[in-house]
Ligand binder design. Structure first.
Ligand code: CA
Length: 240
């Protein structure tokens, strides 16, 4: 676990660094936005703590460029903001920051935010993505082949999936019988290099339901949990 702290006030940056290191987290520091942006491109960084008020390249700029990474990997960003800068905070969240902490804050508060943000992105279901040995999933009579990306229906019909449908179904199979929020579905789908954006999660789910539900108007497999997200209901068996 490695965190990058981008903060021009050296004292503040070092304070955060010490606090996190005490918790066993590795910390890199950058004292301006330009250096921070370069450091943020590293693959070794798991999360960024980003001060919004920075020299050279502002925190909002850093946030914007790191959000539009070409590799599509979601890098969680927690902004540090002054109490008075609500418009910056809103702008930061709109640019894709995951959360913010208002100065002054305690190391404990920051740590709690870090844990909460990471929980959103590190569900046990991101394991299947790294488990290259799994060949297929089976659920409710369906077979979902991860190599060919094809679905075989209980009656033997073969169905093609779009990239985003494939990613969503992998996320569902890896976290069956648990509620997944839109955020979780989006970040899980990124593990498979297909971006599924907030507004399109629902659209993709409608499409997926048309393919796998006996009656898409009354879904039995992908069920909506009002206000929380979706739950993939069937028991899922992994095949190796
Ligand atoms: Ca600052």
């Amino acid at each position: 676990m490695r965190v990058l702290v981008i903060e021009d006030e050296q004292k503040m940056a070092d304070l955060i660094k010490r606090g996190l290191e005490e918790e066993g987290i590795e910390v890199e520091t950058a004292y301006d936005g330009d250096v921070g942006f370069e450091a943020g491109k590293s693959e070794n960084i798991d999360l960024i703590i980003l001060d919004l008020n920075l020299p050279v390249l502002s925190g909002l700029e850093v946030c914007r460029v790191l959000r539009s990474r070409p590799d599509g990997r979601h890098l969680p960003i927690i902004m540090l903001t002054a109490r008075s800068s609500e418009s910056d905070r809103v702008a930061g969240l709109e640019l894709g920051a995951d959360d913010y902490v208002t100065k002054p804050f305690s190391p404990r508060e920051l740590l709690a935010r870090i844990r909460a943000v990471l929980r959103r992105y590190q569900t046990p279901s991101d394991l299947p993505a790294r488990d290259g040995k799994r060949r297929a999933y089976r659920f409710a009579g369906w077979e979902f082949n991860l190599r060919t990306r094809k679905l075989t229906a209980p009656d033997g019909r073969k169905l093609e999936l779009s990239n985003s449908e494939f990613s969503l179904l992998v996320a569902f199979c890896g976290s069956a019988q648990r509620v997944l929020s839109r955020d979780q579905l989006m970040s899980l789908s990124r593990l498979h290099n297909a971006e599924v954006y907030d507004r399109t999660v629902d659209v993709q789910i409608v499409r997926l339901r048309r393919k796998i539900e006996a009656d898409p108007a009354r879904p039995q497999l992908i069920v909506t949990e009002r206000g929380a997200g979706y739950i993939f209901v069937p028991a899922v068996e992994s095949m190796y």
